[in-house]
Design a protein around this ligand. Structure first.
Ligand SMILES: Nc1ncnc2c1ncn2[C@@H]1O[C@H](COP(=O)(O)OP(=O)(O)OP(=O)(O)O)[C@@H](O)[C@H]1O
Length: 173
């Protein structure tokens, strides 16, 4: 990975059946393929680190944008993947996946973390502890998605003196 700390990717999802039914049309496209640029309408060009069109697979998105972060994570760096977009634009699909076969970023990160840890364990004999938490922040309230019954008032996200962020819903695997 290069020394750039923030990278921005845009993903254009395919039109949904109901949108096709209502004769909606694509107004943005990747031009040319692989360029990281998208054209809005006929003359407005925008550049990103990556641009994925409607036929891009979950694999493609993961391998180019996220897999390198998992590798640096196990090298001791912090990493964040942040999905942003209007409602219905595909954030949940990209992060969580559409189906079992088309798992999203979360499934793939979980798989790769354990694969890479197993490799490191074999090579260097290192020991590792993996902790996971899955929180939703909605209207200033936190929800523990691994334990829906937790009272939101008991959930806190804190930063320690070393700058590490943690929360009290972490679950050790
Ligand atoms: N790349 C894609 N390929 C096929 N279908 C997709 C893709 N991205 C999104 N969709 C479909 O589009 C619909 C909306 O996507 P999704 O629920 O992920 O949006 P969202 O951004 O999470 O919306 P919200 O903010 O309302 O939760 C879903 O039916 C999803 O399956």
């Amino acid at each position: 990975m290069s020394d750039v700390y923030n990278r921005v990717a845009v993903r254009i999802r395919p039109l949904l059946s109901r949108e096709l039914l209502h004769h909606h049309q694509e107004c943005v496209r990747v031009v040319p393929q692989g360029s990281g640029q998208v054209m809005l309408g006929s003359d407005r060009l925008f550049s990103f680190d990556h641009a994925f069109g409607p036929t891009a697979s979950q694999d493609e998105v993961y391998e180019s944008c996220v897999q390198p972060l998992v590798e640096s994570l196990l090298g001791g760096f912090n990493a964040t993947v942040f999905c942003y977009g209007q409602t219905g634009s595909g954030k949940t699909y990209t992060l969580g996946g559409g189906s079992q076969d088309e798992g999203g970023i979360i499934d793939r990160v979980a798989q790769d973390v354990f694969l890479l840890l197993a490799k490191q364990k074999n090579n260097d004999g290192i020991k590792a502890v993996v902790r996971v938490s899955y929180l939703e922040l909605y209207r200033e309230e936190l929800r523990d998605l691994l334990d829906i019954n937790t009272n939101f008032k008991e959930l806190h996200i804190r930063e320690d003196e070393k700058g590490n962020t943690g929360n009290n819903s972490e679950f050790q695997i």
